[in-house]
Design a protein around this ligand. Structure first.
Ligand SMILES: Cc1cc2nc3c(=O)[nH]c(=O)nc-3n(C[C@H](O)[C@H](O)[C@H](O)COP(=O)(O)OP(=O)(O)OC[C@H]3O[C@@H](n4cnc5c(N)ncnc54)[C@H](O)[C@@H]3O)c2cc1C
Length: 469
């Protein structure tokens, strides 16, 4: 490893690859080093169960992928990426056999919440409609170094930095409250935490603006498209190289880490720079090979790419709180995805892939399989009879799969206190470090988790500024 390059990127997740592409596009010589035998990190696809069943071990639903300002600028379709939309982005079934739906249409969504809450939902969404392009740019690259393009709309969203529990006061009935709590639960933080409101709202705005598609062939297609574009730009990718010390890497003008802050400090010798960084809860995930589609009682759940399972906002909040507090799961709130509804390439003819996860404490060693399957059966009786095979991953397996999931924390950092927004620590440029040539681009930085590449794009801007100063 002796050749001189401009930038070395450690880790080929969506953020590492995006940082590499952004810098290669600006004319820098870039090399990427990935620990696993293939690129992708949390955007990958594997035959986890049976031959011919292609599962996404991590991400599957991509509102922020299709809606990413970074990805929009790249010719990823030419490199094989195709988005596939289910009829509904998301459905949220209830015990009475009905469901709230998050549709592309605000009207259909509002109607599904019942007559007492339809108007309140419409009023909530109205200021954001038609504004995704600027809002996503402003929200996802929020930085002290740039001015927002549409400050009024960003301010309106910022007002909803309120906890979801406060936003939910405008609704009367459980359907709306549970649907909104389910969206906010993606922050893996209690509904009383600030920013849960804005995050939940952003998922809804994205559904109306761009949908929640899956990538044809699996999320690996996103990473492969990024990798292929990077190579076209002259970038080089090495796989199967776990970087342990920075001096193992080729000499470079800058080093960008798509790793946890803890690993970055260890590898780059930054001492206690991130000693105060906190990790959050984990998840217990099951990937299924199924003999048929999930037999949801609610018809709408049978036409949705993502299905949230948790009948009341209170139950959802309790489920997340238990994981944050370190308590065993009781009635887990589930996020489930059924990619083969729209993508038959992922399973043999007539068969299906499906995944579900619930939140569990960091480092939890228990088995939540029965709890999860009982919840699915509650809303889809007969589900267990369809299971041909399953692959189970709790926190230890998550951590083994990806060094960034410290204790199984799949968000690579807790969403609590200032760390919710000021990731990995309060700084004018959170992607820079105490070392002028070392940067961090993983989801541990703003704007955080999701396959959108925006942490990578933001970090690339910081690198570019440093190298051209
Ligand atoms: C179960 C689950 C479900 C999810 N569902 C969704 C979803 O539906 N939609 C969505 O948008 N997001 C989802 N996510 C989140 C999404 O996967 C992540 O937010 C995203 O992948 C983060 O990208 P990243 O580039 O920061 O890090 P990662 O994707 O974690 O990539 C980091 C890469 O760096 C490599 N690496 C780490 N250390 C080293 C080292 N020392 N040397 C070399 N390489 C190293 C790792 O092997 C890995 O490939 C999900 C995540 C999980 C776990």
């Amino acid at each position: 490893m002796t050749s001189m390059v401009d930038v070395v990127v450690v880790g080929a997740g969506p953020n590492g690859l995006t940082a590499a592409v952004e810098l290669a596009r600006r004319g820098f010589a870039v090399e990427v080093f990935e620990a696993r035998e293939k690129i992708g990190g949390g955007a990958s696809t594997e035959e986890l169960t049976l031959p011919g069943y292609r599962h996404d071990p991590c991400s599957s639903g991509h509102p922020f992928g299709i809606g990413s300002p970074a990805f929009r600028k790249m010719p990823l379709a030419r490199h094989g990426l195709e988005w596939l939309h289910a009829e509904l982005p998301m459905a949220h079934p209830f015990d009475d056999g009905t469901a709230a739906v998050l549709s592309r249409s605000v009207g259909e969504t509002a109607m599904s919440l019942g007559p007492r809450d339809a108007g309140a939902y419409r009023r909530l969404m109205e200021p954001f409609l038609g504004k995704w392009d600027t809002l996503s740019q402003d929200f996802l690259s929020l930085s002290l170094n740039s001015l927002p393009r549409d400050p009024v709309t960003l301010f309106r969203l910022g007002k909803f930095g309120l906890p979801m529990s406060v936003i939910n006061r405008r609704f009367h009935d459980e359907k709306a409250k549970a649907m909104m709590a389910g969206l906010a639960s993606h922050a893996v933080s209690p509904m009383s935490s600030f920013v849960t409101g804005a995050l939940g709202l952003t998922f809804a705005i994205a559904a109306h603006a761009v949908g929640w598609p899956v990538a044809k062939g699996g999320s690996q297609s996103i990473s492969d498209a990024l990798g292929s574009y990077l190579r076209e730009l002259g970038g080089v990718i090495h796989t199967g190289v776990e970087v342990k010390r920075i001096d193992e890497l080729p000499p470079a003008r800058a080093y960008v880490f798509d790793t946890s802050p803890t690993a970055l400090a260890r590898i780059a010798g930054l001492g206690n720079a991130y000693a105060n960084y906190r990790y959050g809860p984990s998840c217990f995930k099951i990937d299924y090979a199924l003999d048929g589609p999930v037999p949801w009682t609610a018809a709408d759940a049978r036409r949705a790419g993502t299905v949230h399972v948790g009948p009341t906002a209170g139950e959802i909040d309790d489920s997340v709180r238990r994981a944050v507090r370190g308590d065993d799961p009781k009635t887990p709130f589930l996020i489930t995805v059924q990619p083969t509804l729209v993508d038959p390439t992922r399973a043999p003819e007539g068969k299906h892939t499906f995944w579900a996860y619930g939140h569990v404490p960091n480092g939890w060693k228990g088995d939540a399989t029965d709890l999860i399957e009982r919840q699915i059966e509650r809303f889809a009786p007969g589900f267990r009879d369809l299971v041909l095979a399953k692959a189970i991953a709790g926190p230890p397996e998550m951590a083994a799969r990806n060094a960034n999931y410290v204790g199984g924390d799949f968000a690579c950092g807790a969403f609590s206190g200032l760390q919710t927004l000021l990731r990995p620590k309060p700084a004018r440029s959170p992607w820079s470090t105490v070392h002028p040539r070392v940067f961090i681009c993983s989801q541990a930085t703003y704007p955080g988790p999701g396959v959108h590449g925006m942490c990578g794009q933001n970090a690339a801007k910081a690198v570019w500024r440093a190298l051209t100063r």
